[in-house]
Design a protein around this ligand. Structure first.
Ligand code: CIZ
Length: 334
């Protein structure tokens, strides 16, 4: 049975403030009204933030939800590329984030200048490419791409790419490989990966499965092939949620994605038992809290309150958002 590592401290993250969470929640509720704000929270942030949000979801759902917001301010509890997408889709609104330093290892693995140089090289070699980017990319990268996919719509978008085009898929090599398998389209894969999904312990997963022969392994397609090979269900977070809701018999699920995902799964289908698959440190082989994303963990209740109260930090419109907007709209909203 894997250790429930969900409560271990996250490397590099300062401890949550000593303020009473109930006081913070009251203050957040009051400030939301006073500042005319709506809170959107990704499934990977702490459960207490998800509970005070007006909308929760994966990137696809939240991007769509963001376009339905009627308040003048959006607070996006997630990581930077998600806040950028909310701003791009709502240029007239003020988009705040609890912590602008909440980044993404996948987005960092694909800088726009390197992508532009690689696209140039491929075209110079005679490749007729369409660039498909996973949503975990910066807006600057999105502005260089033809399509954006999320874990929720990737298959459908790949099917929309004309068959005579070669696909350059960035930045997640594991999701790209999985998509090659399910769509039958060969792709040129950027060698990026997510620091959380990359480190699940196959050994612990196999042991847990042996100890719970009836258990069901649900794994995110950002996981490497060796983890997906032992998964019973492969899908993004929204698919995971729908799957556990559709399963009526109480079941033990071994969950291979960011450990905060257990929160919405438990809320949606409390009849089941959820065991987070632990991460493993490649240097020492020890179990670690690396099934928690240190960037998502930068979001805290105190920082949600602070950004509502202070009206910052804010995602500021950039010139390249215009081009990124065209790609995001056609990929996520049409
Ligand atoms: O699409 C998203 O929000 C991500 C990054 C993962 C998932 O499956 O929700």
């Amino acid at each position: 049975m894997p250790l429930p590592v969900i409560d271990l401290p996250i490397a590099g993250i300062e401890p949550e403030s000593t303020e009473d969470p109930l006081d913070l929640l009251d203050e957040i509720d009051r400030l939301k009204v006073e500042k005319d704000a709506t809170i959107l929270a990704h499934y990977y942030v702490d459960g207490d933030i998800q509970d005070c949000a007006d909308f929760t979801g994966d990137s696809l759902k939240l991007a769509r939800d963001a376009t339905k917001v009627t308040t003048s301010t959006i607070v996006f509890a997630g990581v930077h590329f998600m806040g950028e997408s909310a701003k791009i889709l709502n240029p007239q609104k003020r988009v705040l984030m609890p912590d602008l330093l909440a980044g993404c290892s996948l987005a960092d693995s694909c800088p726009p200048d390197k992508l532009a140089a690689f696209q140039h090289k491929l075209r110079a070699e005679g490749h007729d490419i369409a660039t498909v980017a996973y949503i975990n990319t910066s807006a600057a990268v999105k502005s260089l791409c033809d399509w954006i996919v999320t874990s929720g719509n990737a298959r459908e978008i790949i099917d929309r790419v004309p068959k005579d085009k070669e696909i350059l898929f960035v930045p997640d090599q594991h999701l790209g490989r999985y998509l090659e398998e399910v769509t039958g389209r060969k792709m040129i894969l950027w060698p990026g990966s997510c620091m959380v999904h990359e480190v699940f312990s196959l050994q612990d997963l196999i042991r847990a499965k042996k100890n719970n022969p009836e258990s069901v392994v649900i794994a995110h397609p950002e996981c490497p092939q060796n983890i997906l090979a032992v998964a019973d269900v492969i899908g993004g977070t929204e698919k995971m949620r729908r799957h556990v809701m559709a399963t009526t018999t109480p079941t033990t699920f071994l969950v291979a994605t960011e450990a905060n995902m257990i929160h919405p799964l438990r809320a949606a289908a409390p009849q089941h038992t959820y065991i987070p698959v632990p991460g493993i440190m490649t240097s020492t082989g020890e179990t670690c809290a690396c099934n928690r994303c240190p960037h998502m963990a930068r979001n805290t209740l105190a920082k949600v309150r602070n950004c509502l109260r202070d009206g910052k930090p804010e995602i500021v419109w950039q010139p390249f958002f215009e081009k990124a907007r065209d790609v995001l709209v056609k990929s996520l909203l049409e």
